[in-house]
Design a protein. Structure first.
Lengths: 213, 124
């Protein structure tokens, strides 16, 4: 579900957040209009507003754990966790988290496979990070196909946590129709922008190449 | 007054942004190669075996801006040193490096261009 259609219609913060995100064409490959949130992080007010909108939504939902997906989910998740009194759990690419890999939970790190365009990848979580009964929010910068988020949901559920919602700054239109992933709601602040709507008060040198249509 | 705070991928991303938000600074991620879209500057640094690279966006830092570098841990200081090089090449004035954990025996502190290091805990 998109924030503008769920209580934040006309909220000027959403437009500012959208404008603060830089669009980089053909990255990482031709045809992809990459939504670069690093420019959002340079805009303190827009970055704070992003965190505040999520915090306002989740502070009274009894969330005990915020899980952030490596690496851009790490840029938003911890601030939300701190503000709502939840623990933060990083969900990481393979072999980054210390611990024994095991299929049967008896060890320290579990792994969940998900599909890429070509091949598969794996998302990992430490077994002891989450307990049965934990109520979880999963955070990432962007949701496209939902493959990574689905893997994150499965990781948390395998350890007995209840996933309450997934929160993303940017959500691709494909997600709009089915606002649930594995039956879990996805809350999105803004849609991706096209190249023409670029912000010009951030150093034009920084945005120039990408903005000149 | 600090204007920007850089965090080193990936554990620096966990601690850096909340600090940046709290002090009113912008946050600049320093990343492994090919993760940042658009134009970047890049700094190589040596590992125990081989080398690696750290990248930063061109235009994220303005000349003369005061900067902090944040990471979870300092060991030999190689990564932090590379981070500082990137910032200085972009014209920033580094105020301090801050880490949760220091491994003092590895003397990383000596590789920080004479800049101060603030740590919360030491591990011997």
């Amino acid at each position: 579900m998109f924030a503008a259609e769920n209580g934040l219609k006309g909220d000027p913060r959403l437009e500012a957040i959208s404008q603060a995100i830089r669009v980089v064409p053909h990255f990482p490959k031709k045809g992809i209009m990459f939504q670069d949130i690093t420019t959002l992080l340079l805009d303190h007010k827009a970055f704070q507003d992003t965190v505040d909108i999520f915090v306002d939504r989740y502070r009274n939902m009894d969330i005990s754990v915020v899980a952030g997906i490596e690496a851009r989910g790490f840029m938003f998740g911890p601030s939300i966790a701190l503000a709502i009194g939840a623990k933060f759990v990083p969900l990481r690419k393979p072999k980054k988290l210390p611990g024994t890999r095991t299929k049967y939970h008896a060890g320290k790190v579990i792994c969940e496979e998900y599909e890429l365009e070509y091949g598969t990848d794996c998302l990992e979580m430490q077994v002891d990070a989450v307990q049965p009964g934990d109520r979880a929010l999963i955070v990432d910068d962007l949701v496209a196909t939902g493959g990574t988020l689905s893997a994150a949901i499965r990781l948390l559920e395998r350890m007995g946590a209840q996933v309450v919602e997934c929160g993303c700054v940017v959500g691709l239109p494909e997600v709009k129709g089915q606002c649930r992933l594995n039956g879990k709601p996805v809350y999105i602040l803004v849609e991706p922008r096209e190249i023409d709507n670029c912000r010009h008060d951030i150093s034009s040198e920084f945005l120039n190449v990408q903005c000149s249509g | 007054m600090v204007f920007l705070l850089t965090g080193i991928e990936a554990r620096g991303f966990i601690f850096g942004p909340p600090i940046a938000l709290a002090i009113g600074a912008k946050f600049v991620p320093l990343r492994k190669p090919k993760k940042l879209p658009g134009e970047v500057i890049s700094e190589e640094y040596t590992l125990e075996y081989g080398s690696d690279r750290l990248e930063m966006h061109v235009g994220a830092v303005n000349k003369g801006e005061r900067a902090l570098v944040v990471d979870d841990l300092i060991a030999t200081g190689g990564t932090l040193c590379a981070a500082m090089n990137l910032l200085e090449r972009a014209g920033a004035e580094i105020v301090e490096c801050a880490c949760l954990i220091e491994l003092p025996e590895l003397k990383g502190r000596d590789r920080l261009h004479g800049k101060p290091l603030h740590v919360l805990v030491e591990y011997h």
